[in-house]
Design a protein around this ligand. Structure first.
Ligand SMILES: O=c1ccn([C@@H]2O[C@H](COP(=O)(O)O)[C@@H](O)[C@H]2O)c(=O)[nH]1
Length: 492
């Protein structure tokens, strides 16, 4: 049974999406298969208001269903704080199940005061196959405790309720996945196509409590057409948390270009000339202002005018990499006052999360955080660079978790597995008609290869255009090839 569809439930559904407790992408599940939706209710401990609402709704649900029990027990670990609040609010003593028995002392699996024959209500955050609930039920039963009911926050509708019913336990959920999807669609956060794609996957992938599933690997892969590289830029715009990423996705879709020009020239007029010639073909123009020998405010005014005329965004590829306080000053102050004019900047993740917080700290007043964004570097195109798998993984976490994700517009990287969240944009430099390596270690791949094999959403081309004899014609050709590769990728 599902809780009543009140306005409060709908508001909570949207809030869970906004705090990233509920996300779309292509995620590896505990049962070993990939899923287009992922719940991470661990984050709610960082939002006391959400914690309060979820636990209030759980208590109300328990009351409505008249589920009386002598104890409550949370499934470790995410549901433990929820079970604690339920226990305190209802004055029902709690039991704590250890995942491993202590190697010393009592060696008990169940902590708390109880007697054989006592009843216990299970509290769980998210149910897929129901196997985690069943592990807890088994340990409680081995102590003679009677379990007949479980209240859960989210039922992913993949067979969990039926699996635990086979063991005599009824499951009662606050939310079903269908309710969450429909609510997000009604509230304008996701498209109907997204609702349908996830529903198709859920229907095809029903899981048994032992982790096996109906259909086999092939049917899972076929059912999941939700990996970010298969989605259109329009549909990904709806999923973006960063307003600038949303704007850029929409710009790419309407202007039909996924080409970024790296305008690595050292004279202001040469950059402006290049911006004017390539403007009709690009979605983004990327600068390194510290190589411009005659930098001036009027250069920026003229560059912004060209960006407006030709409808492209500006990115300063500053690759910030210092402590928060320093990057804040580098972004907002000094000769270049980057925060005043660059829609987007790039930053290394080496210093950790503080890099994003430091950049955000420079914003305010006319430079609203809503109009600015950062691309985080998770990989580099330089041969012999020191980035490894762990670094990539942690960069992905900075880009997709925590309170500052609305400032992260995308990731600079070389491969499709760097991140799964479809609301982020993959920017890939090192693009040229011919593959190869330059004298200083820059590695190049073709436009088709970076988009179709490496997951690039935007291909960055510098010298491939800057050194061409006919700049306009070359920019148009890169635009055509990158765009055709994207169209083939989403049509597959
Ligand atoms: O890993 C990275 C990150 C950034 N870049 C930048 O892209 C351009 C590439 O220029 P080409 O002339 O096409 O080689 C340049 O501005 C780099 O700073 C990168 O190449 N690799």
């Amino acid at each position: 049974m599902v809780a009543k569809n009140t306005d409060e439930m709908k508001a909570l559904a949207v809030k869970l999406f906004q705090i990233n407790a509920f996300k779309f992408g292509d995620y590896k599940m505990k049962v070993g298969i990939n899923s287009p939706v992922y719940f991470d209710l661990r984050v709610i401990v960082s939002y006391p208001d959400v914690m309060q609402t979820v636990s209030d709704l759980l208590v109300a649900h328990i009351k409505d269903l008249q589920l009386s029990s002598k104890h409550v027990c949370g499934v470790p670990y995410t549901a433990l704080p929820l079970a604690t609040i339920v226990s305190v609010q209802q004055h029902t003593p709690m039991l704590v199940r250890r995942k491993e028995a202590k190697a010393y002392g009592t060696k008990k699996l169940i902590e708390g005061i109880y007697q054989a024959g006592d009843t216990c209500l299970i509290v769980e955050d998210v149910v897929t196959s129901g196997s985690s609930i069943l592990d807890t039920v088994r340990d409680l039963q081995s102590e003679g405790i009677v379990v007949t009911d479980a209240v859960v926050v989210v039922d992913r509708e993949q067979g969990g309720a039926a699996n635990i019913a086979k063991h005599g336990v009824r499951m009662h959920s606050l939310f079903t996945l269908s309710f969450l999807l429909n609510t997000l669609h009604e509230a304008g956060h996701i498209e109907k196509a997204t609702v349908d794609a996830v529903a198709k996957y859920i229907a095809a992938v029903q899981i048994n409590s032992d982790g096996s599933f109906i259909g086999g690997d092939k049917s899972v892969a076929e059912a999941n057409d939700f990996s970010r590289t298969k989605l259109t830029y329009e549909s990904r715009a709806n999923l973006a948390k960063s307003p600038v990423a949303k704007r850029l996705f929409n710009l790419m879709a309407t202007k039909q270009t996924n080409l970024c020009l790296a305008a690595d020239l050292s004279e202001a007029d040469a950059i402006l000339d290049m911006a004017d010639k390539c403007g009709p073909y690009i979605c983004l123009l990327k600068t390194h202002v510290d190589i411009v020998s005659d930098f001036s405010e009027s250069f920026i005014v003229n560059l912004q005018a060209l960006a407006t005329r030709h409808n492209f965004l500006l990115m300063e590829d500053r690759k910030f990499a210092d402590i928060g306080n320093t990057v804040s000053l580098q972004y907002g102050q000094g000769l270049y006052k980057i925060a005043n004019w660059a829609d987007l900047v790039t930053a290394h993740t080496l210093p950790g999360r503080s890099i994003v917080q430091g950049l955000k700290a420079a914003l305010g007043g006319a430079n609203s955080a809503k109009e600015r964004g950062v691309f985080l570097l998770a990989e580099m195109s330089a041969s012999g660079n020191l980035i490894d798998e762990k670094y990539k993984e942690n960069s992905n976490k900075i880009a997709t978790e925590g309170g500052d994700v609305d400032f992260v517009a995308g990731v600079v990287c070389q491969s499709a597995d760097c991140f799964a969240f479809p609301g982020l944009i993959q920017l890939t430099p090192g693009v040229k008609i011919d593959e190869g390596v330059d004298k200083l270690g820059q590695q190049y791949q073709t436009p088709e290869h970076v988009v179709k094999e490496r997951g690039a959403d935007i291909g960055v081309v510098g010298r491939g255009i800057l050194q061409a004899s006919n700049v306009e014609k070359t920019a148009a050709s890169y635009r055509d090839r990158l765009w055709a590769a994207y169209q083939e990728r989403v049509a597959k």
